[in-house]
Design a protein around this ligand. Sequence first.
Ligand code: GLC
Length: 616
Amino acid sequence: MANTNTDESSWFYKKRDAPVEARVKDLLTRMTLPEKIGQMTQIERSVGSPQVITNSFIGSVQSGGGSWPFEDAKSSDWADMIDGFQRSALASRLGIPIIYGTDAVHGNNNVYGATVFPHNIGLGATRDADLVRRIGAATALEVRASGVHWTYAPCVAVLGDPRWGRCYESYGEAARIVCEMSSLISGLQGEPPEEHPNGYPFIAGRNNVVACAKHFVGDGGTDKGLSEGNTIASYEELEKIHVAPYLNCIAQGVSTVMASFSSWNGSRLHSDYFLLTEVLKQKLCFKGFLVSDWDGLETISEPEGSDYRSCVKLGINAGIDIVMVPFKYEQFIQDMTELVESGEIPMARVDDAVERILRVKFVAGLFEHPLADRSLLGTVGCKEHREVAREAVRKSLLLLKNGTNPDAPFLPLDRNAKRILVVGMHANDIGNQCGGWTKNKSGQKAAESQLVGTTLLDAIKATVGDKTEVIYEETPTKETLASSEGFSYAIVAVGEPPYAEMKGDNSELTIPFNGNNIITAVAEKTPTLVILFSGRPMVLEPTVLEKTEALVAAWFPGTEGQGIADVIFGDYDFQGKLPVSWFKRVDQLPLNADADSYDPLFPLGFGLTCNLGQNL
Ligand code: GLC
């Protein structure tokens, strides 16, 4: 029976200097079943209201991709919204603060004015764990400035097949690269001291944010790269490839893990007790909390078609602690209540989940500092962060071809050339430059997104000499290409539009929007550098490759396009190394470096430099 002592001053869990575990235990004894179930319930902000949060004891609120307070809301507007939700939670009987979560996966990418960093595939190309840690630290400041406590990052998927729509969310195809780049967690949460107990959540302070390693486990290894598909592997293979990064995440004190939509040998992850509880919580000693993915319990119903109540029972008993419902919270709370009262979900399982949730909230300092720290607002999109992002862009660029004669490299470009042509849909569109999970899930074109940053065209114009004439056409006209004046060289910026999740699943992987024809039309008239903006390797027509002088993979670089100009004009050299094998044809897929028959166009680890022209 809950301890209903109403003398708040004696409530031990409110004592900030008391040991976390003692506070957790004290608070748990005071909680009623509705209060416990409320803590396990995460709702989307669009269904959040003071009444719902207070009366249902809601433990977490979130923004799905692109769910802002309003279009182009600034960090202070986000903080106002979240503090409003928080005050409703603090008004409940026990005053347990909510934890607010969002997908800040390459900077605080939903928020107007935020610094947007390169997506993970580009960071994998840098092989620079310290840089990724610094990106985490910068992201944490901008996230906390907006009042958000928790980001669903990093995605530590080990990439099996670039046909996967979430390829760009992975740091690469080799587990060792993903393990190294999980250093984002130490940036987001702060670095735990040597003596920090393995598996225990760690948050250094108010300038840090709760991280989330996702999606446990095997999300990047599904058959044919299908989003939410099936990973076919022995447990030994699964552990060696896909579980491995979680060891690094847990060693850094990652506070939360998100379950994967995918399946393992036909078993849905969201109801897999062996993986969620026996492996993650017991074998790996994870002491934070496990959150479902978006409406993830519904995946359990496929293909059996079982009702939602059965999905709740299976998911919670398998080890899910917080359910990202995110809309039908009444149904979830009702089913949970019935399932616990009937004994189909043991109270011990509920208590374990709530203990983990409270532990993270105490460790994160939410009881002491539940509201946004507005003193951090000055960090949003600040020069220092943009410089880190610009450095990341420079280091992520991959030089795949540099001239046809090793003694006559095409790059670096002459910044004092007489007249240059810039074409392509990625040359002057910051939305395309940032890719998915920016402003909203599938990203937005510059016109609507009004992201603050520098397009490639802006950067080129800021770098070339005063006497250099820059001609820009998104789609080059015949007249321009035939102009008698001609051009010293052309820069063609083509590639993929923003996309996310299964919208990005693609079995063809050809450069869309007529990219190859634009390249060919320009390359036939003038020496051409192609800059490919994409979330993954794409088919490079042999003729296209032969006709162009140079080829750079820029991935999805984010807001700081100046980083590209820094390198193509020679202020910095290329250093990127392929984090993923570059296939010749899609019928080779999946194509991984550890395969017996490995015949890539460019192998894992490949990367040219301007000066040396050698493979790094
Ligand atoms: C999505 C994604 C997950 C994301 C979550 C919340 O479906 O699978 O990566 O964090 O929903 O937006």
